[in-house]
Ligand binder design. Structure first.
Ligand code: NAP
Length: 150
């Protein structure tokens, strides 16, 4: 399948599923936007995409911060003029305990990244995706891993 001319924004693309998706989309000739906080690791993904002849746009951003998420979408549009695919992939896992008092902190941190960011990025991307009749890919989990009892 060819993604020539398609712009793909991938949150959390410095490792794991996001990195693999970035490399695969680059292989299929897409223009890929790599988002994360760890620049060194994103640069490794950049190099792997480059071997397929595509130079991704690397954006260092903490997307749990509203301004940085907005800036990342804006930079994508500034660079490519459009957006075809939003991949909501960034996610974190935190453990909390009912007995030791950190359950709510863990809950808030996980929900802030794994849920709120998805809603925010989708809101920011939607007007651009409507123009291109684009797609949203949400990577999720069957587990909400922030609770333990001891
Ligand atoms: N691996 C599995 O077995 C599995 C199973 C079920 C579901 N999932 C889901 O699949 C997705 C990816 O999982 P994975 O295992 O590939 O994860 P991973 O290797 O831990 O990667 C998570 C990515 O999210 C980014 N990220 C986290 N918080 C961020 C923030 N505030 N701002 C920007 N980037 C942020 C990280 O980049 P930086 O640290 O550079 O910011 C990293 O690139 C997650 O949503 C996870 O819940 C994974």
């Amino acid at each position: 399948m060819s993604f020539t001319g398609k712009v793909v924004f991938i949150s959390g693309a410095r490792s794991g599923i996001g990195a693999a998706a970035a490399i695969e989309f680059a292989k299929q000739d897409a223009d890929v936007v790599i988002i994360g906080r760890n620049e060194a690791k994103m640069n490794n993904v950049y190099k792997q995409c480059e071997t397929h002849g595509k130079k991704p746009l690397v954006i260092k951003a903490d997307i749990s911060k509203d301004k940085e998420a907005k800036a990342a979408i804006n930079k994508t549009i500034d660079k490519f003029g459009k957006l075809d695919i939003l991949v909501n992939n960034a996610g974190i896992m935190r453990l909390g305990s009912i007995l030791y008092g950190n359950l709510l902190e863990s809950h808030d941190e996980v929900m802030s990244t794994n849920l709120r960011v998805v809603m925010h990025l989708t809101t920011l991307a939607a007007p651009h995706l409507i123009k291109t009749k684009g797609n949203i890919i949400n990577i999720s989990s069957i587990g909400v891993k922030y609770c333990r009892f001891y």
